[in-house]
Design a protein around this ligand. Structure first.
Ligand code: PMP
Length: 426
């Protein structure tokens, strides 16, 4: 069922308005089910791109939002504060590693990365470096968002560097760590990275990475043992270490945040996506007293960012309620259980010749093919079978809400495996 207004007038993510991919109209959602306008029901395998960790239409979050709506939906944050922002801030300080306790409330993940990058540059300026420390070091295969700063540190090949050549600032990229969560650290990789830092760190403000899981850049998993290596190199060269935990945060990988990894606390961390349990757009850039105070002593004295919807009370209220809900239950057991189920069901695809890899970490299951997946064909196949999965590139992946049932997960995995079996080259 194609809605013609939508087809001609509304852009969807990464699509053409002249030749758009099909869209499916969702009328409502509850638990892990998306109800289509034509009456069909789909089991959600995407958690709306990592966000809806508690599923949809969650009574606790509905109640928090409704109560806050009676009070105020929004009020400016310039010169004004409010209980929802303070309560969320207190909660974030509780769940972040000690010392990460200075919070900038941003309105989307991309904006929180912009803010992190500005923090790093302002920090270096305040330390007496002029413009010579305004570059960023980062890893190939990363994804940090679609606004200018984040795009400039997305993978230079799969990101938008070619398309927007001349527009994006140039930064320095090094290979990502070899794949494998359990793989020991590769000394030759580390010496290459040391060399890279030696060459470029003198011009750089920070090293920005997605810890352990590179998401939209390729669903690449690497060992957390690289994080202390990153920390050591940043310390040795006077760079800030920025973790983009927008996708990995709130338990998705099995850790609440990878920022807790011993010996590898970042100076700045960005969180978003699941922050409001998928209800509203909100993100945060969180740093240390040292960084905040250094910026405060700089020439500007202030952090130069202040979006209109900063600290939106409705979003802050729902975020605090979502964190409370997450921490009240045994989220870690839920995520580990999903990991076991994903491993069990997806392994049927692993031996196929056109499958490059099947990997699972926490509540993320990935089937990587050798060839590109035909998105509209794949989605039509899934919708016919009552599941919702959005592939990209050569990757079919699942990251369901944590409240998914075993049966729902089995059906999601079954659709993936059967599609892969059916698309086996002759
Ligand atoms: N960083 C990472 C790691 C992400 O996965 C995303 C979103 N896919 C972003 C940043 C950007 O967040 P947003 O889409 O909310 O701007």
């Amino acid at each position: 069922m194609v809605n013609s207004f939508d087809r001609y007038h509304l852009w969807h993510p990464y699509t053409s308005l002249t030749d758009p991919l099909p869209t499916y109209e969702v009328a409502s959602a509850e638990g892990c089910i998306l109800h289509l306008a034509d009456g069909r029901e789909l089991i959600d395998g995407m958690a709306s791109w990592w966000c809806a960790i508690h599923g949809y239409n969650v009574p606790e979050l509905n109640a928090a939002a409704t109560e806050q709506l009676q009070c105020m939906s929004h009020v400016m944050f310039g010169g004004i504060t409010h209980r929802p922002a303070i309560a969320l801030g207190e909660r974030l300080v509780d769940i972040m590693p000690e010392g990460l306790d200075r919070i900038f409330l941003a309105d989307s993940g991309s904006v929180s990365v912009e803010v992190a990058m500005k923090m790093a540059v302002q920090y270096q300026h305040a330390r007496g470096h002029g413009t010579e420390r305004s570059k960023f070091l980062t890893l190939r295969g990363g994804y940090h968002g679609d606004t200018t700063g984040p795009m400039s540190v997305c993978d230079p090949v799969t990101g938008m560097h070619q398309l927007l050549a001349g527009f994006l600032p140039q930064h320095h990229f090094y290979d990502r760590p070899p794949g494998g969560y359990d793989k020991p650290v590769d000394p030759s990789y580390v010496s290459g990275l040391e060399q890279f830092f030696a060459e470029h760190a003198g011009h750089a403000a920070a090293f920005i990475i997605e810890p352990v899981v590179q998401g939209a850049g390729g669903m690449h998993f690497y060992s957390p043992d690289y994080l202390p290596v990153f920390r050591r190199l940043c310390d040795a060269h006077g760079l800030l270490l920025i973790y983009d935990e927008i996708a990995t945060g709130f338990g998705r990988t099995g850790e609440l945040f990878l920022s807790h990894h011993p010996g590898a606390r970042p100076d700045v961390v960005c969180i978003g996506k699941a922050l409001t349990g998928g209800y509203l757009t909100l993100a945060a850039t969180i740093t240390t007293a040292h960084v905040a105070e250094t910026i405060g002593k700089g020439a500007a004295g202030v952090l130069m960012h202040g979006p209109t919807f900063m600290g939106n009370p409705l979003a802050c209220t729902v975020a605090a309620a979502s964190i409370n809900l997450l921490l009240r239950k045994d989220w870690s057991a839920e995520v580990q259980h999903i990991a076991v189920q994903l491993t069990l069901h997806l392994r049927a695809a692993a031996h196929l010749p056109h499958v490059k890899d099947v990997r699972v970490l926490g509540a993320i299951g990935v089937v990587e093919l050798h060839e590109l997946v035909d998105v509209s064909h794949f989605q039509a196949y899934c919708v016919e079978r009552g599941v919702w999965i959005r592939p990209f590139g050569k990757l079919i992946y699942l990251m369901p809400p944590y409240v998914i049932t075993d049966r729902q997960l089995e059906l999601l995995c079954g659709a993936v495996v059967n599609y892969v079996l059916a698309s086996r080259p002759a």
